[in-house]
Design a protein around this ligand. Structure first.
Ligand code: PMP
Length: 351
């Protein structure tokens, strides 16, 4: 979801943005009006996430997957090695992309999910005991498909790169812990296509591989994220989402509401023997609540009846099955309440 207020704002100024008589989509990305928009967007994002001055903020093309390759090409060079922690399907995809662009020998990966008492739980290795020299450690803070979130801050001897595509700005984090944070926009930021990269300036001194110019962080820094024509409408919507977040009290306020929304759902699932969660309490995602019907033969009926109640996009990813409720920042508490009520009714009718 995108915040409804942002969509309405966009609708109201679609044909005439800032009295210019044209849409924001139609003006030059180098016009003073658009540059002012991008400057404000960066100021707002820096404030929302408390981004220190030694970090660059980039608005890039190519979504989350674009960054799977960008980090490799920008930092590994011909010789560099990297360690990838695997906690679910997105971090696994990041490994596959990294291996495709380098050699198997350059990429090490560690599976960090264990089945403990029938639930998936992240068990972090002691990274300081690994005697290898890596350019960076890559991990995903929230596995969108699996519903697994890592809340612990990692203690790593190597620079940490985090894929925060599906939980950026859902709670406060300490940016100083990361060498680079990236996120595809389409969860908590804006529409798809855009990605946000927050990179510490010393990382840009690492040797890079020959690569496409539009994914080159150094060029993006040099050209203010405008080496080529950026996705301007997505950038504009992201800027409006940042304003919306600030008005609502920023990330800390969002985090409180998000915890409340997730607790409503998880508490209900735990209280019912009709539904079950396969994720240990420690790693249950606040953004993507995955759950299963104990009688999976009812899955189709559950989804059909839910959609009749206007509760949509509940089908779990095909690789894991079951159900998934994505309750990003823009999802109001009423949406979660309606889902819990529906789940309760459905269970009562099918017991
Ligand atoms: N990482 C994570 C955690 C994601 O959830 C997604 C998309 N759902 C991606 C990467 C890939 O993003 P995109 O589709 O924008 O390339």
């Amino acid at each position: 979801m995108l915040p409804q207020a942002v969509m309405q704002q966009a609708q109201s100024e679609l044909l005439d943005w800032h009295g210019l008589g044209t849409s924001v989509m139609e003006i030059s990305h180098r016009s003073k009006e658009f540059i002012a928009l991008t400057e404000q967007a960066e100021i707002d994002l820096r404030e929302l996430m408390s981004i220190p001055a030694n970090y660059h903020v980039l608005f890039m093309h190519g979504g989350g997957r674009g960054q799977f390759s960008a980090v490799v090409n920008n930092f590994l060079g011909q010789q560099g090695k990297a360690l990838y922690l695997v906690s679910g399907s997105w971090s696994q995809s990041a490994v596959a992309e990294a291996k495709k662009l380098t050699s198997d020998a350059q990429i090490d990966s560690l599976d960090i999910v264990e089945n403990i008492n029938g639930k998936n739980q992240v068990v972090l290795p002691d990274l300081n005991k690994i005697d290898r020299d890596y350019r960076y450690l890559h991990y995903c803070t929230n596995e969108t498909v699996d519903g697994i979130e890592i809340f612990d801050e990692l203690d790593s001897p190597w620079p940490i790169i985090a894929d925060m595509s599906s939980n950026i700005m859902s709670r406060e984090i300490n940016v100083n812990k990361y060498a680079l944070i990236y996120a595809g926009a389409q969860k908590n930021i804006g529409p798809s296509g855009l990605s946000i990269v927050i990179v510490r300036d010393d990382m840009l001194e690492l040797p890079s591989l020959p690569q496409s110019s539009i994914m080159d962080y150094r060029l993006a820094v040099k050209h203010g994220s405008m080496y080529n024509t950026p996705p301007t409408f997505a950038w504009y919507l992201a800027a409006e989402v940042f304003k919306w977040l600030k008005v609502r009290g920023g990330v800390a306020a969002m985090a409180k509401i998000n915890l409340h929304k997730a607790a409503l759902l998880y508490d209900f699932i735990d209280s019912s023997d009709f539904y079950t969660s396969k994720v240990s309490v420690k790693n249950r995602s606040v953004m993507n609540v995955t759950f299963y019907l104990t009688n999976e033969a009812l899955n189709g009926e559950f989804l059909n009846q839910a959609s009749e109640e206007k509760l949509v996009a509940l089908k779990g990813h095909r690789s894991v099955g079951g159900m998934r409720a994505s309750i990003y920042n823009a999802m109001p508490i009423e949406g979660v309440e309606a889902l819990v009520e529906f789940m309760q009714d459905f269970a009562n009718k099918h017991k």
